[in-house]
Design a protein around this ligand. Structure first.
Ligand code: DLL
Length: 433
């Protein structure tokens, strides 16, 4: 039987959710207008005042916020509560440019952790469970968010953080952990290591995994589920909005329910900024209607996905988002064709490879080149050169029919591609140099 952390809200009627969103949005716009000079100026430039926003239907009138705004307003420009009420920051890994710094009041943290608790219960968690949190702790939101959610549910929490893989496995086995929280690429690595240690799915006490923070394919999900003998649930979120738990998967594993009592989701055309109807693919935009310390309105996530309002068998009524294909800025344009790393991953796993790969993009004589390095399976390592060439050719054909363009495939030695303990780095784009 499906269990919920907060049934009355998770299963509320769409009309009730709309009432909640209408009421909170009106209040939140006023809060931002009065406390965030940066956004107020944007509203003034667009000729919008709080009086223009009477319900969710008026959302389209508000200006967007983008990562560029966050950089411009860094560090305190978008803070919405007095410093004395703010108790924490979290921050993104900031591979490009300035880091994003998000602020939290005590209440903001509470609602964030509640969102994570909903995700843990949706994955079958209860106070009988032992939950190992192997997301990084610190500035990254993964560890602190799931840790807080696990406490709220009452699980015995093992805060291992990421890394030290053999010790992770020791804790899982010795303490009989039943739920594992980490990135899907780290889960795959843990699974690989367990297999090497001779542990099969029946030896591993885990029953569920809550994996997110990066794009991962359905094929990768099936692979991890098989290796560890678990059910693997997706979880989505971003630092700017709180962290993990903006959306979470239920037993139906058919998209992630967005916590609509805290966030309003829209899908827009990333080029024209036009709002698209439910079911269309586009960029996900969120309005945070509860958070006080970092209250972002119409934040452009750059994540590309679709929303569905179709009824879910789990009984939750929150709208669902499909697995994001990756960020619009992860999307590669190769010889004019759009390529997402997740499409390449699907082909590799369907051909029996693990998700250990690297995509190398270059440019020779003004033409883009696409090279995919994939690790051979240990069995293949013993094959002769002719067999390996044949297998490379099979993969190249598979990629050609998925992507519509030619890619060069190199099968490399097992374990030669570095494993990730957090978010995997899949793409090396040498064209930017
Ligand atoms: O990754 C928060 C998080 C931690 C989510 C743990 C889930 C689990 P950031 O580091 O700010 O926050 O990165 C946010 O990661 O905009 C997406 O592009 C990507 N992302 C997050 N979850 C998923 C997912 C955390 N389930 C960015 N599937 C987001 C695909 C995801 N992409």
């Amino acid at each position: 039987m499906e269990r919920y952390y907060q049934e009355e809200i998770e299963c509320a009627s769409p009309e009730r959710i709309k009432e909640i969103q209408d009421e909170k949005l009106v209040k939140q716009v006023r809060h931002v207008w009065e406390n965030v000079a940066y956004y107020r100026k944007k509203m003034e430039e667009k000729g919008v005042t709080p009086e223009d926003i009477r319900s969710r239907d008026d959302l389209y009138k508000l200006p967007f916020l983008s990562k560029a705004d966050l950089r411009e307003a860094y560090p305190y420009g978008l803070m919405g509560a007095p410093l004395k009420d703010c108790v924490r920051i979290q921050s993104t890994s900031g591979t490009t440019g300035k880091r994003v710094v998000a602020f939290y009041t005590k209440e903001d943290i509470d609602l964030w952790e509640e969102c994570c608790a909903r995700a843990i219960v949706a994955a079958g968690g209860s106070d009988e469970d032992v939950c190992q949190v192997s997301y990084g702790y610190g500035l990254f939101t993964g560890g602190p968010g799931l840790n807080g959610g696990s406490h709220k549910v009452g699980c015995l929490t093992i805060p291992t953080s990421s890394g030290n893989t053999d010790r992770q496995i020791m804790f899982i086995m010795d303490l009989k952990a039943t739920i594992l929280c980490c990135t899907p690429s780290y889960a795959a690595y843990l699974g690989e290591r367990m297999k090497e240690m001779g542990l099969g799915p029946d030896d591993i006490p885990l029953k569920a995994g809550i994996f997110g923070a990066e794009a991962w394919s359905e094929e990768m999900r099936r692979d991890i589920e098989k290796t560890m003998g678990i059910k693997a649930y997706d979880i989505y979120g971003l630092t700017e909005l709180s962290g993990p738990g903006v959306a979470f998967e239920c037993s139906a594993q058919g998209g992630m329910h967005i916590n609509e009592d805290h966030f309003i989701a829209e899908i827009i055309d990333p080029d024209t900024e036009e709002v698209l109807p439910a079911g269309s693919q586009g960029e996900l935009v969120f309005t945070s209607i509860d958070k006080k310390a970092f209250p972002l309105l119409r934040y452009r996530t750059r994540d590309i996905c679709t929303l569905t309002t179709e009824k879910c068998s789990c009984g939750r009524t929150f709208v669902r988002m499909a697995k994001p294909k990756g960020r619009s800025d992860d999307m590669l344009i190769i010889r004019g064709v759009n390529v997402f790393p997740s499409q390449i991953e699907t082909v590799l796993i369907n051909h029996g490879y693990a998700a250990n790969y690297q995509i190398i993009v270059g440019r020779v004589n003004n033409t883009d080149t696409l090279d995919v390095h994939v690790e051979m399976t240990p069995e293949m390592f013993a094959d002769n050169v002719g067999d390996i060439e044949l297998k490379q050719k099979e993969l190249m054909d598979g990629l050609k029919s998925m992507l519509g363009i030619k890619a060069k495939v190199s099968l490399v030695a097992p374990k030669s591609i570095e494993r990730s303990e957090g978010k995997a780095v899949r793409v090396i784009d040498n064209r930017k140099l």
